[in-house]
Design a protein around this ligand. Structure first.
Ligand code: TRP
Length: 459
């Protein structure tokens, strides 16, 4: 995709919010948020998540978009452009997607498998509560099947990027994303009436239990904000660089943040109470989305049609996000190594398949457990924790210091107010970026990590 084509494709207010939301809404909302919420004790996690999203998430989103629009550059050059000495922040941020795409594609592979299996009339197989666990560990069909679906998902992404259908995908997402949204609501309403005892599950999801609060809750919530809102990896900087000056950064950031959070909370409402009521709760961990829902579909009139449509829409949401992650990886190689795009696509694909293979095998023969840091998920858990709970908080802290103390925060607030645009959140924004974010993020990072490695517990 050429620069001009992309720049032309996201002009206008709605266009910008839509493109950025299509990248933000993905497996983070549908898969990661529900399983983390379940893991960290339900309602208390939801509350902390919402509070942090409205403060940290919103401020960082504004900062990144403004940084991009100010410089008109993607992540690597944006930092370097404003201050040469700090280009390395952009370089590290840009490398994070390379660690995320591989395991993202492993989960994308599961979604593809669930789509194909439910579409070929085998919903009953998926509805067996132990199927997911046995499938990913290779007990059912060996490791070749999960590997194959992972590779299929990678190739699907690569094909989209290589034949340049990104723009088509963006157009399609204008229909399919709202469709997914409506479907989530429909399934939730159905569950409400059809599942006995669902209120207990809803209570677990929405009623905070303060005794479940720990350092991990905060680190989990902040990691989820970075992941779900596509922050702290340069993506929003790149999106910002495509944004026109007559569009409000503040309003756009708010809209993207609200859309992303609403989808996550609804996805949680669809998955968690049902899973809780059916007794899956925390035991299924990362598989939450894959164990409870097939059972819901199986009991639903017409569920054999609803299930494949649902997984297809999830597949699509995952694909749009994975494609934009992959685009970043490819452009990083082009920028850094000055190699051609085609060569960069090939190198990226090989690296992604190589790294992702560890995540696939990490559930089977290469399994290991180093406590909460590996999240009971071997390599996939390590990649997930390393990026979301370590590297991204570090990048976010550095971004705040860079804006607050190196280039000075007025450079960013002036950009936001460019052309007489209102910036209602200005005061809190400045305080967040200069003091609250860097200080609290550092605390969270340090204590959260100690908590994760069991050195220190905040309970
Ligand atoms: N936000 C995406 C999701 O919720 C995942 C993601 C994180 C992402 N960073 C990204 C997608 C960068 C595209 C680009 O699934």
């Amino acid at each position: 995709m050429s620069e001009t084509a992309h720049r032309a494709s996201i002009t206008g207010k709605i266009g910008f919010v839509f493109a950025a939301s299509a990248s933000a809404v993905g497996l983070g909302n549908l898969w990661r948020f529900p399983y983390l919420t379940s893991h960290y004790g339900g309602g208390i996690f939801v509350i902390i998540y919402i509070i942090l999203a409205l403060t940290f998430g919103f401020s960082l989103m504004i900062a990144e978009i403004a940084l991009g629009r100010k410089t008109g550059k993607s992540c690597i050059s944006a930092f370097g452009d404003l201050c040469k000495k700090y280009k390395w922040i952009g370089v590290i941020a840009a490398l994070i997607p390379l660690l995320i795409v591989p395991y993202y594609c492993v989960i994308g592979g599961w979604v593809t498998k669930w789509f194909v299996t439910s579409a070929t009339g085998e919903l009953g197989t998926l509805a067996d509560g132990s199927y997911w666990g046995q499938y990913i560990t290779g007990e059912i069909s060996g490791m070749s099947d999960p590997t194959a679906w992972f590779v299929i998902f990678v190739l699907l992404c690569v094909a989209c990027v290589a034949i340049g259908v990104d723009k088509g995908i963006e157009k399609l997402s204008r229909i399919l994303m709202p469709a997914l949204f409506i479907m989530i609501i429909g399934i939730t309403v159905y569950e409400f009436f059809a599942i006995d005892g669902i209120m207990d599950g809803i209570n677990f999801y929405l009623n905070p239990d303060v005794s479940k609060l720990s350092g991990g809750t905060f680190l989990g919530a902040i990691s989820q904000i970075f992941y779900s809102m596509s922050l702290a990896m340069g993506i929003m900087i790149t999106y910002g660089s495509y944004m026109k000056k007559d569009v409000s950064i503040e309003n756009s950031a708010r809209n993207i943040g609200v859309i992303d959070t609403v989808v996550a909370i609804l996805a949680g409402l669809m998955i968690i109470p049902a899973a809780f009521t059916m007794g899956f709760g925390d035991s299924s961990g990362m598989g939450l989305m894959f164990v409870a829902l097939p059972q819901v579909f199986e009991g639903m009139p017409g569920g054999f049609v609803v299930a494949p449509i649902f997984y297809l829409l999830v597949l699509f949401a995952a694909l749009t996000s994975a494609v934009s992650l992959l685009e970043t990886v490819i452009s990083v190689f082009v920028d850094l190594k000055a190699i051609r795009r085609k060569k960069s696509i090939i190198i990226s694909t090989i690296l992604i398949v190589f790294l992702g293979f560890f995540s696939v095998m990490g559930f089977g023969p290469w399994y290991f457990d180093i406590g909460p840091f590996s999240q009971g998920a071997g390599w996939l858990g390590v990649f997930d924790s390393l990026t979301n709970s370590v590297l991204m908080p570090i990048i976010a802290i550095l971004t705040c210091i860079f804006i607050g103390y190196v280039i000075k925060v007025t450079v960013i607030t002036d950009e936001i107010k460019e052309g007489g645009m209102a910036f209602r959140f200005e005061k809190p924004f400045v305080i967040m970026i200069k003091y609250v974010c860097p200080v609290l993020l550092t605390f969270m990072l340090v204590f959260g990590l100690l908590d994760m490695f069991g050195v220190f517990s905040l309970y």
